[in-house]
Design a binder for this molecule. Structure first.
Ligand SMILES: [Zn+2]
Length: 126
């Protein structure tokens, strides 16, 4: 990948990082506010509140994972391995990177990884 393309993807990643950073902060803020709101509630309100708190926590966690993926992609950029599939080493299609700048795998390896994860999940629930 040439320098101009790398620069382009770096700016995409940095933009995403800024967006997600903001979202993680918002979610943490929400969770804190819910925790702080411990006035007198009937039991229905209480359980709803618990659900909301759990949801905010999970959303925050997912955003954190996204931020970690982006950080990882920026690190690979510094190492000069950005844009190559981590599994088979082939260059990832730039249209794919355009859609998911933090992609670690090419389309073939990604779908294989997802299939395997699906299988693992099935086994785990048995
Ligand atoms: Zn691959």
């Amino acid at each position: 990948m040439n320098k101009e393309r790398l620069k382009h993807f770096r700016s995409l990643l940095e933009e995403q990082l800024r967006q997600h950073d903001g979202q993680v902060r918002d979610k943490q803020e929400e969770a804190r506010e819910m925790n702080a709101d411990d006035g007198v509630k009937d039991s229905v309100d209480m359980s709803l509140q618990d659900v909301n708190r759990e949801l905010a926590f999970r959303l925050g966690e997912r955003e954190s994972q996204t931020v970690a993926d982006i950080d990882e992609a920026l690190r690979r950029m510094d190492e000069g391995t950005y844009g190559n599939c981590e599994r088979c080493g082939k260059p990832i299609d730039e249209r794919r990177l355009e859609a998911i700048p933090s992609a670690r795998f090419d389309a073939a390896c990604q779908s294989e990884a997802e299939t395997r994860q699906g299988l693992d999940a099935d086994i785990a629930t048995l």
